[in-house]
Design a protein around this ligand. Structure first.
Ligand SMILES: [Zn+2]
Length: 279
């Protein structure tokens, strides 16, 4: 993932990181990437890894992406559990995110540093978070009033001491579905991206307007996470097919409809992020 993000940051586009749920959604990400000739990140939540186990997930990814003509990374999204991070590193994930952002600054810094020291000898990329990204993702709940943006001075010290390959500062985006117009702190994003010189990950991508994505990418976001949108596509693609053919009980057609719904949304985002043709 590190090489993908360095190239994206220097060429001014972003790599999409799409949260998968199962074999069908992994296939949708892999095929969307191939059809657009784009680098892509297959992202798993900690919950998804616990649900299936690391072994089946890694075998599906190897089967579907192992011989791909485009670069595909496998990334562990928001993880607070060092044992799970270690398990994913040992199982074949190419990058991991340590999310110790709910801890006090010094503790976040120490834990994030520990993960970098665990991952670097194995050439595994590490993403770390600073500040509180509002919303609900996995089992991390951040009450809106407790949310705080990343402090630029802390961000500089954090990146200097932790040396993450990818940095996720809270800049005003939120996980889940936006209830109002998100207030993105563009000045803060620009300042942090410039001062740290680390590729920035944009969390809470679902529901942002196209020009918001483009502006964030132009200011230093080299990785854009898309999760909630795919949860909707996963369920809506399935349900819509059945509602339109409610006397037909052919599961493979339903799975195929779900796959097409997922793939179409992923292709749209890959093109919007500017990563099409960048493989
Ligand atoms: Zn996130």
């Amino acid at each position: 993932m590190k090489a993908m993000l360095s190239k994206a940051a220097s060429e001014g586009y972003a790599v999409g990181a799409f949260n998968i749920l199962d074999y069908n959604s992994i296939k949708a990400v892999a095929q969307a990437a191939e059809e657009t000739n784009a680098p892509v990140i297959i992202q798993t939540s900690a919950k998804t890894v616990i649900f299936w186990g690391a072994a089946p997930l890694i075998s599906w990814v190897r089967e579907l992406a192992g011989s791909s003509s485009v670069p595909i990374a496998l990334h562990l999204d928001h993880c607070k559990d060092l044992d799970l991070i270690k398990e994913c590193i040992d199982s074949g994930w190419t990058s991991v995110m340590i999310d110790a952002s709910s801890k006090p600054f010094e503790e976040n810094l120490a834990l994030s540093r520990q993960v970098v020291q665990m991952a670097r000898p194995k050439d595994i990329t590490v993403e770390a978070e600073l500040g509180a990204i509002v919303g609900v993702e996995d089992d991390i709940h951040v009450k809106e009033q407790e949310a705080h943006l990343a402090d630029p001075e802390q961000a500089v010290r954090f990146c200097r001491e932790v040396e993450p390959d990818c940095f996720a500062p809270a800049i005003g985006t939120a996980h889940g579905v936006y209830k109002g117009e998100p207030k993105i702190a563009y000045g803060l994003l620009e300042e942090i991206a410039t001062k740290t010189a680390v590729p920035i990950a944009l969390h809470g991508g679902t529901g942002l307007a196209d020009d918001v994505f483009k502006k964030c990418i132009s200011l230093g976001c080299a990785k854009v996470n898309i999760s909630t949108q795919l949860k909707y596509a996963f369920i809506d693609g399935f349900v819509a097919y059945h509602e339109a053919h409610n006397t037909q009980y052919n599961p493979l057609k339903v799975i195929d409809a779900q796959f097409n719904e997922l793939k179409a949304g992923i292709i749209e985002k890959i093109k919007l992020f500017g990563s099409a043709g960048k493989a």
